[in-house]
Design a protein. Structure first.
Length: 115
């Protein structure tokens, strides 16, 4: 099974999720998404797998969200473009396992990918 995590090593939830995956015997490909940001199409794919609107993948409390003048009611296309250009806005971590995905908040939520 192919497992990937969009990881921010400075985030405690991201670190906890990575540790949980390791404990469960998974060695995910680690994408440090702040250093290697996902493209708009990769974000769109993640949203489709998560089955959520763009705003649900955003850290709307981030200073950058306000600086960009974004709103929770903005169109998905605008929010996706903002995440692609400003990956700090992407909620973390996101774990992908084959054709499924989950946000690791709480970290245990990703374990359902392996049922």
């Amino acid at each position: 099974m192919s497992v990937t995590i969009w990881h921010n090593p400075r985030c405690s939830k991201s670190r906890q999720t990575l540790a949980l995956l390791a404990e469960a015997g998974h060695a995910p490909e680690i994408i440090r998404y702040l250093e290697t940001p996902p493209s708009a199409s990769e974000i769109e794919n993640a949203l489709a797998l998560l089955d959520i609107p763009a705003i649900a993948l955003m850290r709307s409390g981030e200073k950058r969200f306000r600086e960009l003048g974004l709103s929770k009611t903005d169109a998905d296309a605008k929010l996706i473009a903002a995440m692609a250009d400003n990956p700090i806005l992407i909620e973390r971590p996101v774990v992908f396992a084959n054709t499924r995905a989950a946000i690791g908040r709480p970290p245990e939520s990703v374990l359902g990918l392996f049922d």
